[in-house]
Design a protein around this ligand. Structure first.
Ligand code: HEM
Length: 411
């Protein structure tokens, strides 16, 4: 059964949360874009380092490759936990302003949405096993744990992609829900995907991996146990990997744009042009750095952060364009202004996030650059005490707001 645009528009409206949202929709949109940038960057680092650790494992007869394989296995292990934590925030914000789209897509492929969690657990467990077994002189068979882990991560990325993409196609939901008029409630089908778009995010993992390697070199260059020839080897490899990634991204981005409806005029969109420009800039930076393999910096990583921010914005503008024919505009979402909860959220974000997050980042950054036991400086000590202090204040305020709301509603 086909639905006309008007019926789809009405359906999308009634699927919205009748309770409304606690602040202006733009607030959620900006937070969604900003937090997704960090999710996708860690997705890229995880996939990239996991892929490289397997490749390096195959060449582990050479000491540099063996060392790199062990290092990248560890980096992938940490990045997967980061991508999961950092995926939660954009997930919550998407569900606030695009709940009709996100939930419909998830229900239409329910088995996959739930299977995502189990495959992620299996993938991560498998990767952990690889991490424990991948040490100096490891036997060749342990690589299977890594291959299985990476395969599950790729599958999970594909599920995320399909759920995101299906959400953009409300005119097809009915034909997926009841193909030929017969209701299918199994949720076992993936109904739509876009190869160019999915592969673009995989290609981006190659570029980000190259930039990550260069940052890794800059980070460890102060430690004596990281010899200059190993670091130069990794720096050179990073440059080459960026070049391969940039080419793959240009190809897949063109593919993605070509697959978009002609009415979007995607090739002339300023953000699409900006993405091409950033890729060319990265290419130029890498070509220049090829001539000076001993010079290290965080420059390439900084460019990839900007690139991810532009891609996140482009991706959101695309979603707005997809929704245009159905008159779905987040600005028309019912707002039930709740100032205390919004204030609490931002104060938590800045206060707790800034101080506790700031403390962890500073301590981890400094500890990793120290050979042997790390002794915190008086400034880091102060930061640690302030982090504990703000946590105590936060728990106090959290309960006070709850008790106040409860008491004022029951009296
Ligand atoms: C190995 C695991 C994962 C991989 C490889 C992965 C990869 C991806 C990719 C490639 C996209 C972009 C899809 C597209 O736009 O076509 C995406 C989007 C997204 N991911 Fe992940 N992801 C993973 C796990 C997670 C987890 C655990 C969460 C949440 C806790 C999450 C939350 C999100 C959200 C909210 C989006 C955007 C959805 C939207 O608004 O359209 N991801 N992910």
């Amino acid at each position: 059964m086909e639905l006309d645009s008007h019926s789809i528009a009405t359906t999308l409206q009634v699927l919205r949360d009748p309770a409304g949202i606690p602040s202006h929709p733009i607030v959620f949109q900006v937070l969604m874009i900003a937090t997704w940038v960090f999710h996708i960057l860690f997705v890229n680092i995880a996939l990239g380092t996991a892929g490289l650790s397997l490749y390096a494992f195959a060449k582990r007869q050479t000491p540099h490759w063996e060392r790199l394989s062990i290092g990248m296995t560890k980096a992938a292990k940490v990045s997967v936990s980061m991508l999961i934590v950092l995926g939660v925030a954009p997930l919550l914000f998407t569900q606030v302003i695009y709940d009709p789209q996100w939930y419909s897509s998830n229900i239409l492929s329910g088995a996959w949405a739930i299977g995502f969690i189990f495959t992620l657990i299996l993938g991560y467990s498998s990767w952990f096993t690889f991490y424990f077994k991948n040490h100096q002189g490891a036997s060749g068979t342990v690589v299977w744990w890594g291959i299985i882990g990476l395969a599950f991560f790729l599958l999970d990325g594909f599920i995320m992609h399909a759920l995101s993409y299906q959400a953009l196609l409300p005119d097809q939901w009915m034909s997926w829900y009841a193909p030929n008029g017969k209701v299918d409630m199994s949720g076992t089908h993936i109904h739509a995907w876009q190869a160019g778009r999915f592969l673009f995010f995989i290609a981006m993992s190659v570029t980000v991996l190259g930039a990550f390697l260069k940052a890794y070199v800059n980070y460890y260059r102060v430690r004596e146990d990281y010899e200059a020839d190993y670091l130069t080897f990794v720096n050179r490899l990073g440059t080459k990997i960026i070049l391969v990634g940039v080419v793959a991204q240009i190809v897949t981005f063109t593919w993605w744009l070509a697959d978009l409806p002609a009415s979007f005029h995607a090739f002339s969109s300023p953000l699409a042009l900006a993405i091409f420009a950033i890729l060319i800039l990265l290419c130029g930076v890498s070509l220049r750095q090829q001539k000076v393999p001993h010079v290290t910096s965080y420059q390439a990583l900084a460019v990839t952060v900007v690139m991810a921010a532009v891609i996140a914005t482009f991706r959101e503008l695309l979603r707005m364009q997809y929704m245009l024919p159905y008159g779905y505009d987040i600005e028309t979402y019912k707002v039930m202004e709740d100032i205390p909860s919004t204030a609490l959220f931002f104060l938590t974000f800045i206060g707790v996030g800034g101080l506790v997050g700031g403390f962890f980042l500073t301590a981890i950054y400094k500890a990793g650059r120290t050979q042997g036991v790390y002794e915190a400086s008086p400034t880091v000590n102060k930061l640690a005490n302030s982090a504990i202090g703000i946590m105590i204040v936060w728990v106090g305020i959290f309960f006070m707001v709850g008790i106040f709301t409860w008491v004022s509603n029951t009296l």
